[in-house]
Design a protein around this ligand. Sequence first.
Ligand SMILES: CC(C)(COP(=O)(O)OP(=O)(O)OC[C@H]1O[C@@H](n2cnc3c(N)ncnc32)[C@H](O)[C@@H]1OP(=O)(O)O)[C@@H](O)C(=O)NCCC(=O)NCCS
Length: 229
Amino acid sequence: MPIDMELEAVLRPEQLPMAPYPPKVITLANGRRMVVRQAKREDVPAILHSVRPCLSIERDYYDIVSARLYGELLAWYRYRVKSEFCLLGQVDGYLVGIVNSRMVDEKVGMSYHTLAIDRGLRIGSHLFAAKMEHHIEYLGQEEVLIVAESPIGFRRWMIEYPLEKTNIPHELGGGDSYRLTRQIYYAAKPRLVVGDRPVPPDLLAEAEAEIKFADDDTIRERISGLKGR
Ligand SMILES: CC(C)(COP(=O)(O)OP(=O)(O)OC[C@H]1O[C@@H](n2cnc3c(N)ncnc32)[C@H](O)[C@@H]1OP(=O)(O)O)[C@@H](O)C(=O)NCCC(=O)NCCS
């Protein structure tokens, strides 16, 4: 499909300058090492591959969260969203979790979604913490606006941090936003933000070489299967 670049210049929103997220490695409760790194725009089709099987899982609101995440990542891939970023969690190259977010302006971040594809290891919790780390420490923002779409999300973010309730509408259109301020972030950091830098070169190279994905049935079983697998 030919692209009219003159029209594209109008349709593509302006992007704010964004510092890169330095990759880190987290040792999970099962001893496996998860590389957390920033996705590149070209990674989006491979990421969507792992999101697709979640679209039909009603349990724990995986369907709505993955459908929204799918659209947001596509919007980034097709240059239709302002200043979005996406961080990935990979174990042995396999994608195990995704978080995305965007900058509203230099000071305010708008948290989008967190999706844990493997469960029972706090992968979602670690990736959400990495997302907040990026907003506050590397993008240098003052606050992040957050909503929860699931009871687990509410427990993980609003209660565990804990976040501050506001009357500010959130871009996702649900309940009003909760807010992570710099102060809340730094108070929660010793408990919730973990990982080591730099990532050993072989581990980072493996993660960057290929985003591997489990087959659909394995992903569905990991999400809906028995706890403590
Ligand atoms: C919310 C989310 C990111 C949290 O990820 P996480 O920190 O890795 O946590 P898990 O999903 O593995 O576990 C959450 C709880 O369910 C339990 N659990 C884990 N695996 C499970 C499984 N296969 N089936 C049922 N329960 C399971 C865990 O033991 C945990 O209990 P705890 O809170 O007492 O520790 C993740 O649940 C998810 O992706 N949910 C769907 C999308 C979503 O709601 N996103 C957030 C929007 S606000």
